[in-house]
Design a protein around this ligand. Structure first.
Ligand code: TXA
Ligand code: MG
Length: 326
């Protein structure tokens, strides 16, 4: 059931976490499906609900930076610690940092890797919930494996119905795309998943930062970054890749600019404009809702606009490229 984020409901949700159950909660990026990171059976329930492969690790969510050493393992003053401190400016916020793991973190959280991804979200409801839980919360996005991440409580309900007993409603997620994932375990930090915190911002904080390429190897460093991901059931194609000689009947178009702008010269059944001013922040915020909406309309094809892969555009085009993958 969907619950409003009253302090009573948040306390109750935290109590349920203590009993080893899962709770869906809002963050500023997307909704998460959370369980006590130190309770292996509880974490296994997340994998079961999502149909997620066990090798794909989860992000551990914390209320405060002083909890990091409960889940990560590094020497004070080490290079990892110094780099981590430079990233504190982005927390609380839409950034997940991959660190060497603490030996007490269960294997199912890390997919058996010797690293752990950590995030301190900024959404006030997430913060209240995490504080009330008083334990690190392992949480992937609250959607079935490979489908589009949820950006409203209703999206979560569409995915799981009553199988998730408590969905805390925090309204529409403001960022709308999953967090940036950066690994700082090696000499040069590597962006494993682009997001709202851009490469430019990370380079400003850290100096040189690498970015894993869009062509995903068969054994990717970040196992969630398999090519087919974030994908509607309907076939999706980028506007620049439309094959005009081979058009199906019912086509939806999702444009980044104002109504009518950049529309391909093909018959369209439905159109959604994500931002009347072409603002990429607004595009990111509205993208998943539009994809979900058009995916429910029985269309043969969804055509999406494109933007430059700089700044936030890198994350938007990353998700769309994956949504289009076969
Ligand atoms: O915005 C977000 O990050 C949302 C909210 C709920 O926090 N969570 C989210 O989780 O998107 P999920 O599980 O859908 O994606 C987590 C990503 C995956 O690509 C996973 O492979 C990667 O983070 N990841 C997690 N732990 C990792 C690790 N130890 N090393 C490398 N990649 C890791
Ligand atoms: Mg996900």
């Amino acid at each position: 059931m969907i619950y409003r984020p009253s302090s009573h409901n948040i306390k109750n949700a935290a109590h349920i976490i203590g009993l080893g159950e899962v709770v869906a909660f809002p963050t500023e990026t997307v909704y998460g499906l959370g369980a006590d990171a130190f309770n292996e059976q509880a974490v296994q329930k997340i994998f079961g609900l999502k149909g997620r492969p066990s090798y794909n690790p989860l992000i551990v969510h914390l209320a405060e930076t002083d909890q990091i050493e409960e889940v990560a393992w590094f020497q004070r003053g080490s290079k990892v610690h110094e780099t981590l401190k430079k990233l504190y400016r982005f927390w609380p916020g839409p950034l997940s940092v991959v660190l060497p793991r603490h030996p007490l973190v269960p294997d199912c959280v890390t997919g058996g890797l010797n690293t752990v991804a950590v995030r301190i979200p900024a959404h006030p409801v997430a913060r209240d919930f995490l504080k009330a839980c008083n334990t690190p919360i392992a949480a992937p996005s609250a959607n079935k494996s490979s489908y589009i991440s949820p950006t409203t409580a209703e999206h979560v309900y569409e995915e799981f119905g009553e199988k998730v007993a408590i969905i805390i409603d925090g309204g529409k997620c403001e960022v709308g795309l999953e967090s940036t994932v950066i690994s700082i375990v090696n000499d040069v930090p590597v962006i494993l998943r682009p997001g709202y915190i851009t490469r430019e911002q990370l380079e400003d904080a850290l100096g040189e930062v690498k970015q894993v390429s869009y062509t995903v190897p068969s054994r990717p460093e970040s196992p969630g970054m398999l090519s087919k991901h974030y994908a509607p059931k309907t076939k999706v194609v980028l506007k620049k890749n439309i094959d005009p000689g081979n058009l199906p009947k019912k086509i939806g178009f999702i444009s980044f600019g104002p109504a009518g702008s950049g529309e391909p010269d093909i018959p369209l059944t439905v159109r959604d404009n994500l931002s009347s001013s072409g603002d990429l922040e607004e595009v990111a915020e509205n993208l998943y809702d539009a994809l979900r909406k058009q995916d429910k309309m029985g269309l043969d094809l969804i055509v999406v606009d494109t933007c430059d892969k700089t700044g936030l555009g890198a994350a938007i085009m990353d998700r769309l490229t994956r949504a289009c993958a076969d």
